[in-house]
Design a protein around this ligand. Structure first.
Ligand SMILES: Cc1cc2nc3c(=O)[nH]c(=O)nc-3n(C[C@H](O)[C@H](O)[C@H](O)COP(=O)(O)OP(=O)(O)OC[C@H]3O[C@@H](n4cnc5c(N)ncnc54)[C@H](O)[C@@H]3O)c2cc1C
Ligand SMILES: NC(=O)c1ccc[n+]([C@@H]2O[C@H](COP(=O)([O-])OP(=O)(O)OC[C@H]3O[C@@H](n4cnc5c(N)ncnc54)[C@H](O)[C@@H]3O)[C@@H](O)[C@H]2O)c1
Length: 475
């Protein structure tokens, strides 16, 4: 039986695993990166990038439809489904090949194509029979779509993010189960591309948001483009002609609808099954997941680290990459490890309007400033005046703590707020910065002014508070 001895073994060559390997090797460790496919990361192949490519197509169609609002008459756009899907795949393949080149450029002996499972905290068994002995092991095995029982035996009528981008043509109609970021981003874009879309979720709110004005504004905006059935328990059956029938009860009434395809977007689960974690010596919770420290990514006091979607804490790309880097450094220097400060939360959903969550959720010591983009000058000029943004600050001192944003270009506003929170800024500090006119950023001033007024933060003498042209009574 072949045996490989290394300092750091990494299970999974996704974003987190590649970052971990890079960092551990840079720190002088002998590394081994194990993956059965080396498919070029979830992000590039079936996640962030192909979904944003499809969204770009949907938004192009939407802008054509909206042109009439500006006096630019174009008529209904003709969507060439195979061409849309071919562009998605062409660019997606280009992104994937970039990652694959990075992998091909790794030094000889660093990669091994295999599936790994634990034998002990420092020993892995590969499915080709190789034993790997490592001083430290990093679990970077990612996550996979969860398919709830009613949808699991329906064959190829059910699609997920892993199969959607392989379709040769757009379907005529699609039922989407799950109104989280994945379901909503794709549902809206498919509707914009002329697909008849209905979204089902057992929750009353969209995108995991709490009840409140941002959520209500998001729901109102998306309902104008999509059919929604919330607080329902959908079931489905496959029909003889290969289509699917979804049935559910809504407001006490039994209902049914037929679709060509059913997209299941009901969350993702960490790929921990099959790792034989019970042999890793780690303490596991009821779901079989190990406890870990968010600053070090270490599982207990063991030589095992867990990063990216595999730990389920912050299942987004920049966090996977950062966690990989932290764990790579710590695994290389194990048992001498360091705790790293983590980023302020920054999460974006690329629907239109965008939704973003920044920093901490509000609590009893939070003061809330709010802006409704329905009345915001630049948003009105561009015909994108939808959404409500809330900015959170400490009631005692006005220090910014978080935000829930629904609005045009909220992806950019969220970055500004996140960076200011990381700088320790107060609402008054941010208000005292230049705001160009007319911009969407000016909308934030409305919310910041409310915070300052409410807690009596001094406003700079040089600032004029008059309403700006285009803004109507929004503060
Ligand atoms: C449709 C979609 C859209 C998304 N959009 C965004 C977005 O816009 N922005 C954003 O920030 N995030 C987005 N995400 C989330 C983001 O893609 C993930 O958080 C990120 O890709 C996770 O990276 P990872 O390295 O943890 O996992 P992955 O990239 O999935 O890597 C895991 C690797 O582990 C391997 N593996 C699994 N089991 C084993 C084993 N036993 N042995 C060896 N190898 C194994 C797999 O083959 C895989 O290569 C999106 C996700 C999806 C699904
Ligand atoms: N822009 C982004 O960053 C982005 C985009 C897409 C996906 N992602 C990532 O992908 C992951 C998965 O996203 P997601 O939206 O699938 O997960 P999610 O858990 O956020 O949402 C799943 C939704 O499905 C609903 N649901 C679950 N089971 C159901 C059932 N049986 N019937 C009806 N509804 C049901 C839930 O109530 C929830 O609203 C997340 O970790 C997310 O971070 C990120």
């Amino acid at each position: 039986m072949a045996e490989i001895h290394v300092d750091v073994a990494i299970i999974g060559a996704g974003t987190a695993g590649l970052a971990a390997e890079r960092k551990a090797r840079a720190e002088g460790a002998r590394t081994l990166l194990i993956d059965p496919y080396f498919a070029g990361t979830t992000c590039a192949s079936v996640g962030c990038m192909p979904s944003k490519l499809l969204i770009a197509a949907g938004n192009a169609a939407h802008n054509v439809r909206k042109a009439g609002e500006f006096g630019v008459e174009t008529g209904e756009p003709r969507i060439d489904g195979p061409k849309v899907m071919a562009r998605v795949r062409r660019l997606r393949d280009d992104f994937v090949s970039g990652v694959k080149k990075q992998i091909a450029d790794l030094p000889d002996g660093v990669t091994v194509k295999a599936t790994a499972r634990f034998v002990s905290p420092t020993e892995l068994s590969l499915d080709d029979g190789t034993q790997v002995l490592a001083k430290a092991i990093i679990i970077a095995a990612g996550s996979s779509p969860v398919i709830p029982a009613p949808f699991e035996d329906l064959g190829d009528v059910v699609i997920t993010n892993e199969t959607l981008f392989e379709l040769e043509d757009l379907p005529q109609s699609i039922g989407v189960i799950g109104a989280g970021p994945l379901g909503l981003e794709l549902a809206q874009t498919l509707a914009r591309l002329g697909v008849q879309v209905e979204v089902f979720d057992r929750s009353a709110q969209l995108a995991g948001l709490d009840e409140g004005e941002p959520e209500t504004s998001l729901r109102r905006a998306l309902k104008a483009e999509l059919g929604f059935h919330l607080e329902v328990e959908p079931e489905a059956r496959r029909n003889d002609d290969g289509s699917v029938t979804v049935s559910w009860t809504e407001n006490g009434e039994a209902r049914q609808a037929h679709f060509e395809k059913l997209m299941v977007a009901t969350g993702r689960a960490a790929n921990l099954e099959g790792l034989d974690l019970e042999k890793s010596g780690l303490q596991l919770d009821d779901n079989g997941a190990p406890a870990f420290d968010k600053g070090t990514l270490q599982c207990g006091q063991s030589p095992v680290f867990i990063v990216g979607d595999a730990n389920g804490a912050r299942p987004i790309l920049h966090e996977a990459s950062t966690e990989g880097t932290i764990a790579g450094a710590n695994a290389a220097s194990y048992p001498d490890i360091k705790s790293f400060e983590r980023f302020t939360r920054l999460q974006v959903m690329f629907t239109e309007p965008n939704m973003a969550k920044v920093g901490a959720d509000p609590d009893e010591d939070t003061i809330v400033g709010r802006v409704d983009f329905a009345d915001q000058g630049r948003a009105r000029a561009m015909g994108v005046n939808q959404g409500v943004c809330e900015i959170y600050a400490k009631a005692k001192c006005g220090a910014l703590t978080g935000a829930t944003l629904v609005g045009p270009d909220a992806e950019h506003l969220a970055h500004l707020l996140c960076w200011e929170i990381e700088n320790g800024s107060k609402a008054s500090d941010l208000l005292n910065k230049p705001f160009y006119h007319p911009t969407l950023e000016e909308g934030l001033k409305t919310a910041l002014k409310q915070i300052c007024q409410e807690i009596g933060l001094p406003k700079p003498d040089s600032r004029d508070d008059a309403e700006l042209p285009g803004d109507f009574g929004s503060d």
